[in-house]
Structure formats: structure tokens, C-alpha cells
Design a protein around this ligand. Structure first.
Ligand SMILES: NC(=O)c1ccc[n+]([C@@H]2O[C@H](COP(=O)([O-])OP(=O)(O)OC[C@H]3O[C@@H](n4cnc5c(N)ncnc54)[C@H](O)[C@@H]3O)[C@@H](O)[C@H]2O)c1
Ligand SMILES: [Zn+2]
Length: 360
């Protein structure tokens, strides 16, 4: 059992361990909205909406907006369709959009709500583990522009986040594993004790991971509150992502298509090597990270020429020419340093070591 609890941020509260339908009604009791809208994709409509609506009396009059699942739909075309639907159904600045779904729904819905009529309120009810511990928290909303992820968007916070862990029961296993990588990241950058406990979880099942959601949210919240618009400290959250994004792009549209979290897990491993090499993170900590990653995530093999391509992609991703890039690396497990200079050769070396050095 997860006990109901609240994390208070500067602008809104995050409720977890609650029945989302009842929690939503309690929130709506304190507000007067002209109209309610619920944004979903086909999966959150099928698996999550029944749970939400059966316990909410206030949703009876809500308009339902449904989009197809998938990253391609986090687009300006779909945003435009949603703005049109909102207009058609008579939404105004005093309406509320309820984002019921994964990170795609909270990113897109947050963006659509924040730009409609110069901004209407929105609430996030995340239904994937990734959205619970990461995407729905922190105020980043937006859409992709072609291949450029999250290129268009704004910082805008929801009025409330409601976390109902029952939604995790229908989530595919690979989605759980992918989110686990981001939770591991929270431990690595900010809390060694949390990292140790989380890495001792061997079975990727909601019932074993639920208890860790609160601490992950707290870590992200604390970092974001110190640097809401990513001028400095928030870059810690990019640990594993410089190399991870490049690996994700490299394997996109191939047979070995990797989920974001799987690519980040490999990225974290490469960046752990860099942390050891550049910031002198102790070698026994590197071994611990290596073992944990190897236990949960598939080993990938790369040819030497591919290592170079991936290192090039890291530079390309950051739109940077020249000899070095800024990374967020670990001084030790639980302590992260931002703006550490890394060269292309160091990236290639770290990939080489992390690809062949698995002990798992
Ligand atoms: N704003 C941020 O700070 C932030 C942070 C991290 C990621 N993101 C964004 O989040 C997105 C990824 O989020 P995601 O991993 O949640 O992906 P997603 O929204 O695509 O959800 C993953 C899949 O699970 C399905 N699904 C959702 N809930 C379900 C449930 N309870 N049961 C069964 N199936 C369910 C969805 O339909 C989808 O097919 C990316 O677009 C990424 O850029 C944003
Ligand atoms: Zn990520």
C-alpha cells in the first residue's frame, strides 16, 4: 500500500497514493471552471479513463479529446487540431484541460492549454511511470518540429499533479524498464542511498517500484525549483543524456530500436566512465553502476566506426563545433557536477569501454 501524500512545489501540489477520480473532484471543488476537457491517447482512453471517470462525479460533463499514441503526434498539426476542437466545444481561458496519459500527453496538452486563449489551466494525471517521475514534473511543455524534439514550447506549470499508481498495472514491461533508467539517474545525480535501494530492485514490476516514485519526484522537484529555466543546476538532469540521445538517434529506425530509457541507460554507463576518467569518480562506484546497468539492460555491440558516428552525433545534437562539449558528470554516486568539458576522443573511449566492459 502506498500512503496518500502531497509534495508541495512553489506553484502547485503533487498528490500521490490517491484515487485520481476522487482527488480530481476534490481539486475541482475548490475551483470554478467554465468547461472541462480530458486529453488522452487511445491507450490511456482504454486503460485509464474508465478508472478515472468511475470515481469522479465532476467528469460527467467533460469533453473528451483523443489523439493517436506515438511521438509523431507531439506535433504542430495535432496541436492545431486540438486548438480547433477546444474552440468548437466552446473552451475559453477559464476552462481546464486534464492531461490523462504519458509524457506525450502532458507535454502536448500542457503546450496546447498554455497557448490557447493566452493560457488556460491544466492538470496532469500521468499514467506511465516515466510521466509520473519525470515528464509531468518540472514545467517543460512542448512539441517536436520534425526531427527536432521539443523544439517548440514553453515553461508552464500545471495547477495540480495527481499520481494514481493503479495506472501502472496495464503499462507494458518495456515502458517500466525505460522509466527505471530515469529513476536510477535521480539517484546517481543526487542521492546515493536512494540509488543503492533502487538498484537492489530486481523485478521490474509496479508493486516493487511504486514506493520509489515519491523520492524520484522530490529529487527532480528540488533541482527544478533551484533552476526552473535551465540556466545551470537543472543541467544535472541531463546526466546520461548527452551520449544517450546520440545512441537513441543512431538506433532510430533500425531493428535494434531502443526506447529512450534504454538509450539513457547506455548513455549513463558511458558517462560514468567519463566521470571516472575526468572527475575521478571511484572505480568501485563505476563497477557498481556497470553491474546494475548490465543486469537490467541489454548489451549492445558497436563496430569501431559506429563509435565515431555516435560521438559525432553527440556534437551534432548539441549543435556545437569545436573540440569539446559541456557534460554533467558524477564526482561520486549521488553528486553531480555540471559544465564538465569532454572531448570527442574521450566520448569514443568511454563508448568503447562501456560497450565491452559489461560484467552483467
Ligand atoms: N517535459 C519533460 O520534462 C519531459 C521529461 C521526460 C520526457 N518527456 C517527454 O515524454 C515523452 C515520453 O513519455 P512516455 O514515456 O510516458 O511516453 P508515451 O506518452 O508515449 O507513453 C508510452 C506508451 O504507453 C501508453 N500508455 C500510457 N499510459 C498507459 C497505461 N496506463 N497503460 C497502458 N499503456 C499506457 C501510451 O499510449 C504509449 O503508447 C517524450 O515525448 C519525451 O520527450 C518530457
Ligand atoms: Zn530522459
Amino acid at each position: 500500500m502506498i500512503k496518500a501524500n502531497t509534495i508541495q512545489t512553489q506553484h502547485y501540489s503533487i498528490l500521490f497514493g490517491v484515487n485520481s477520480g476522487k482527488a480530481l473532484d476534490a481539486f475541482l471543488d475548490t475551483k470554478t471552471y467554465s468547461k472541462l476537457f480530458v486529453l488522452m491517447d487511445e491507450n490511456s482512453y482504454e486503460f485509464c479513463y474508465p478508472l478515472l471517470s468511475s470515481d469522479s462525479e465532476k467528469l460527467l460533463d467533460a469533453e473528451l479529446l483523443q489523439i493517436d499514441s506515438g511521438e509523431d503526434n507531439k506535433s504542430i498539426e495535432i496541436a492545431a487540431q486540438l486548438w480547433e476542437s477546444l474552440t468548437e466545444y466552446g473552451a475559453d481561458r477559464h476552462s481546464l484541460l486534464i492531461n490523462l496519459g504519458g509524457g506525450i500527453i502532458s507535454d502536448l496538452g500542457g503546450f496546447v492549454a498554455s497557448t490557447f486563449n493566452r493560457g488556460m489551466d491544466f492538470v496532469n494525471i500521468p499514467t506511465t511511470l516515466l510521466a509520473m517521475v519525470d515528464a509531468s514534473i518540472g514545467g517543460k511543455t512542448g512539441i517536436n518540429q520534425g526531427h527536432f524534439k521539443n523544439q517548440i514550447g514553453l515553461f508552464s506549470t500545471p495547477k495540480q499533479i495527481i499520481i494514481d499508481e493503479r495506472y501502472l498495472e496495464t503499462l507494458p514491461q518495456e515502458q517500466i524498464l525505460s522509466a527505471y533508467a530515469e529513476m536510477i539517474k535521480h539517484g546517481l545525480i543526487a542521492d546515493a542511498d536512494y540509488y543503492e535501494k533502487l538498484s537492489s530492485v530486481k523485478l521490474m514490476k509496479p508493486k516493487y517500484l511504486k514506493a520509489f516514485i515519491e523520492r524520484s519526484i522530490q529529487i527532480k522537484k528540488e533541482i527544478v525549483e533551484q533552476d526552473p529555466t535551465e540556466k545551470g543546476l537543472r543541467k544535472m538532469l541531463n546526466f546520461g543524456h548527452s551520449v544517450g540521445h546520440a545512441i537513441e538517434s543512431f538506433f532510430m529506425n533500425t531493428d535494434a530500436h531502443l526506447l529512450h530509457g534504454e538509450a539513457v541507460a547506455i548513455g549513463m554507463l558511458a558517462e560514468a566512465y567519463l566521470s571516472h576518467e575526468i572527475l575521478k569518480m571511484p572505480v568501485h562506484e563505476l563497477k557498481i553502476i556497470e553491474q546494475n546497468t548490465g543486469f537490467h539492460f541489454n548489451h549492445i555491440r558497436l563496430e569501431d566506426s559506429q563509435l565515431n558516428d555516435i560521438a559525432e552525433l553527440v556534437f551534432h545534437d548539441k549543435k556545437k563545433e569545436g573540440n569539446s562539449l559541456n557534460f554533467s558528470l558524477l564526482k561520486q554516486i549521488g553528486k553531480c557536477e555540471i559544465n564538465v568539458q569532454v572531448t570527442k576522443n574521450q566520448i569514443i573511449n568511454s563508448l568503447k569501454n562501456s560497450m565491452y566492459g559489461f560484467t552483467g
